[in-house]
Design a protein around this ligand. Sequence first.
Ligand code: ZN
Length: 292
Amino acid sequence: MGSTAAVVTAALVPTCAAAWLVWGATGDPSDQGRDRAVPESVAALPSGRMSAPARGTSDAKAPMSTKPLAGRVVVLDPGHNPTNNRHTSAIARKVDIGTARKECDTTGTATNAGYPEASYTLDVSRRVRKILAARGATVKFTQDGNRAYGPCIDERARIGNNAKAAAVVSVHADGSAAGNRGFHVILPASVHKGVADTRAITKPSRALGIALRDHFKKATGTKPSNYIGGGTGLDVRNDLGGLNLSRVPKVFIECGNMRDPKDAALVTSAAWRQKAAQGIADGITAYLEGRG
Ligand code: ZN
């Protein structure tokens, strides 16, 4: 692979893929084998962003595809908190979300066998962080199992805003009736009331949500919800503080219905949670790279 890297580095020019095509077309015919290999390596690159070394450098250790999300900030919001249930009065405090006053936080749901949503959300979020960090993103959490309770939904939104996040994803799983299955992504409605103002984020949040839906579906092989969103896998809400108070693109994902036995079997499987994390990470990546 050393010689391939040398070819890539030597021929690297600022216009990248387009230049490859020109270079390939005018290259020495005696070198066709190597020329043919070039478009394949270019095709494997994430579109849009490039982190190529400057012309003239010989830093073969920094191939252009390793850190496509370098410099991007992503906030992950693991829904609820595993120890919220020990602080019921603290999380019951009401906070202002513009359209209403709502509980600071809730305990979340659980499977019938007792696997808590809050454990699920933390586990999946940590798996997502690993994937995104490997792609160069700066990943921040609203909580990492390091707080007694919460944070409250208004603080969760503030954490994303203060981080000036390029994207925020709040990770959840639903607690609906058995037979209701599948995942859905919740998008912010356009709200302008009191402290809520989502007008500037509805469009980018929708793009983020669609990318998340598509990649989650692909990575997990599971279907969009059969009980919310009419099969689109998308829902729009104006009653979630985490969305109403966000000033940066943000969506929630409800990864499945923990109260349905078949969905419960998925969320309690570490292998499936890895797929879920892959789908979320790939959706965020696609959105950040402008691939929708
Ligand atoms: Zn939840």
